[in-house]
Design a protein around this ligand. Structure first.
Ligand SMILES: [Zn+2]
Length: 480
C-alpha cells in the first residue's frame, strides 16, 4: 500500500485505486442489476457504478468536473505511474462568463440529477432497434441519456457488438479538443442545457414524446417502372437551408452516414453533424440504432432545433439560441459513396439502391400525412461525390410515385436553381408518366457526355412528346 494521496480525491472513480484517500474510500460490494438483453446499457450496470455515483454527487464546480473527467479518462497504468494530468478543458477556453455560469449553475446540477436518478427515469431501459420498430423518449429521458453521455458514462464499458454502432463512447472527447468544431459542439451542448433548464419544471414540455423509428421498405421496381402516375417536379428553394424551412409540418432529410450521426463525435462537420449539434436530442439515436442497411432509414419525430450554427467544416461557429422552440420530423437516409467511381452511380444496381433508400425515407410517415413535403437537397453530393442533378431526379421520381410534395434546397447555387426552374417549366402542365420518364433517364444517362444536360435537354419527355428511343440516339451530344 502506497501512502501517496490520490490526486483525484473525492472524484476518484477507480474501485481498485492504489492511492490513499482522506476518507474511507472502499464502498460496500455492489451487485450491478442484471442487464436485460436488447436494451441500451445503463450506467447502473457498470461494476464501478457506486464509485461513479459518489464522485458525481461531489461535483459542484467546473474544476470538480475536470477532475472527475480526468479520473475517468486516465488509464490504470498511467495512474500507477503517476502520469496524471488534470487540466482545464481546452474547449472551454473561449467560453464567455454567461456560458461558464450555465455550466456551473445549470448544466452540472441538471446532469447530476438526471444521472443519479437514471434508473427511474429510464425505466424500463429503452430497447435497441436491431430491426424495424419504434422507440419513444420523453424530452426528460433524452436529457437523461445526454447527461450520461456527457459525463463519460458510455465511454467506460463498450457494448459487445461495438462494430455495429457509431462510436458513441467518444462522446465527451470534444471537451478535450481545441479545434473550432469541438468548441462549437461544446457551446451547443451548453446552450441546450440552458434552454432545457428553463423548461425543466414545465411537465408538459418535459413529457413531450420524441419518437425514433427504424424503417425498412422494399420498393416494388415493377410497380415503379409501370407507373402511369405523373412526374411532379420538386420545387427549388435557393435561399433557405433544410433546417431553415419552417413549414409547420415537414419531413426533413438528414444526409446521413450509415452509422447514424456520422463523424459528429470526431470532428466531422457537414450537414448531418451540424443537424446533431443543433438538435442534441438526436444523439439518443446513436445508442439505439445500429448501422443501417440498404433498405433502412431512421425517422425522428418531434425533434427541436435548439441552437443555430453558421458555416460548416472548420469555419463552423455558434450563432444563437432559439427563443421559440420548433419541432421537426427528420429522416436519416444514407447515400452511396460515389466519389471513388463517380460514373457507377448511374448503373442499374446503384440507381435501384438509391431509389429504394429514398422510398424508405419518404414512405416513413403514415398515409394520411402524404401532404407533408419532403425537404431535401443535394443528398450524397458533398463529400460523398454524388451528381446533384441525378439525385434531384431520383428524389423527384420517388416523391411523384408516393405522391409526396418535394422541396429541393439548392442553397445559393444559382445554376442549380435556374436548371431546376427550366426543368419544371418544361414539364409542368404536360407531365410525363413515371414509366416514360425512367425509360428516357436510363437511356440518356447511358451516354455520360449527356449528364450536364440532365435537367435542360430538349429530349426530356413530356405527356404530349413521350420518349422515343430513336430520337434520343440521334440527339446524342448535340445538346448545348
Ligand atoms: Zn483514488
Amino acid at each position: 500500500m502506497t501512502s501517496t494521496l490520490c490526486q483525484f480525491g473525492q472524484f476518484c472513480i477507480s474501485k481498485d485505486c492504489p492511492f490513499q484517500h482522506s476518507y474511507s474510500f472502499k464502498l460496500e460490494d455492489y451487485q450491478p442489476p442484471k442487464q436485460p438483453r436488447m436494451t441500451i446499457d445503463l450506467p447502473c450496470y457498470l461494476a464501478e457504478w457506486k464509485y461513479l455515483e459518489r464522485a458525481i454527487l461531489n461535483i459542484k464546480t467546473i474544476e470538480d468536473l475536470q477532475k472527475y473527467m480526468a479520473s475517468i479518462f486516465t488509464n490504470e497504468k498511467d495512474k500507477r505511474e503517476k502520469k496524471i494530468c488534470i487540466k482545464t478543458f481546452p474547449s472551454f477556453k473561449n467560453l464567455n462568463e454567461k456560458e461558464k455560469n450555465i455550466v456551473q449553475n445549470e448544466l452540472i446540477p441538471l446532469c447530476k440529477e438526471m444521472i443519479i436518478n437514471h434508473q427511474n427515469i429510464l425505466l424500463p431501459p429503452p430497447v435497441i432497434l436491431y430491426k424495424e420498430g419504434k422507440v419513444m423518449f420523453t424530452r426528460k429521458q433524452s436529457l437523461c441519456v445526454i447527461s450520461c453521455l456527457l459525463f463519460g458514462l458510455y465511454s467506460i464499458k463498450l457494448r459487445k457488438d461495438e462494430r455495429k454502432f457509431n462510436g458513441y463512447s467518444q462522446f465527451p472527447f470534444f471537451l478535450f479538443c481545441e479545434d473550432s468544431v469541438s468548441i462549437t459542439m461544446t457551446q451547443c451542448i451548453i446552450h441546450y442545457f440552458h434552454l432545457i433548464f428553463k423548461e425543466v419544471s414545465n411537465d408538459k414540455f418535459m413529457n413531450e414524446i420524441i419518437e425514433i423509428e427504424r424503417h425498412s421498405s422494399q420498393l416494388s421496381l415493377k410497380e415503379l417502372l409501370n407507373s402511369n402516375k405523373k412526374i411532379i417536379p420538386g420545387d427549388v428553394d435557393n435561399i433557405h437551408g433544410i433546417m431553415e424551412i419552417n413549414e409547420t409540418e415537414n419531413l426533413k432529410a438528414d444526409f446521413a452516414n450509415k452509422y447514424i450521426g456520422g463523424g459528429v463525435l470526431h470532428g466531422g462537420c457537414v450537414q448531418e453533424e451540424i443537424m446533431f449539434m443543433e438538435c442534441p436530442e438526436m444523439f439518443v439515436s446513436m445508442i439505439t440504432n445500429p448501422v443501417m442497411d440498404d433498405q433502412t432509414t431512421i425517422l425522428f419525430k418531434n425533434i427541436i432545433r435548439y441552437v443555430k450554427l453558421e458555416g460548416y467544416g472548420r469555419r463552423i461557429k455558434f450563432s444563437k439560441e432559439f427563443e421559440q422552440l420548433i419541432s421537426n420530423n427528420i429522416v436519416a437516409l444514407d447515400a452511396l459513396v460515389a466519389y471513388v467511381n463517380p460514373s457507377e452511380q448511374y448503373n442499374e444496381r446503384q440507381t435501384i439502391r438509391e431509389l429504394n433508400k429514398i422510398f424508405s425515407g419518404v414512405k416513413c410517415l403514415s398515409e394520411e400525412d402524404h401532404l407533408i413535403p419532403f425537404i431535401s437537397g443535394k443528398w450524397g453530393c458533398g463529400v460523398f461525390g454524388g451528381d446533384w442533378r441525378y439525385k434531384y431526379l431520383l428524389q423527384t421520381i420517388i416523391c411523384s410515385f408516393v405522391e409526396r410534395p418535394f422541396i429541393f434546397t439548392s442553397f445559393h447555387d444559382n445554376e442549380a436553381q435556374s436548371e431546376i426552374e427550366q426543368f419544371k417549366t418544361k414539364i409542368e402542365n404536360d407531365n410525363p408518366s413515371i414509366h416514360d420518364f425512367i425509360l428516357w433517364l436510363t437511356s440518356f444517362c447511358s451516354n455520360h457526355e449527356n449528364l450536364p444536360y440532365l435537367l435542360t435537354s430538349p429530349t426530356i419527355p413530356t405527356a404530349s412528346h413521350p420518349f422515343k428511343p430513336q430520337e434520343e440516339n440521334n440527339n446524342k451530344c448535340t445538346i448545348v
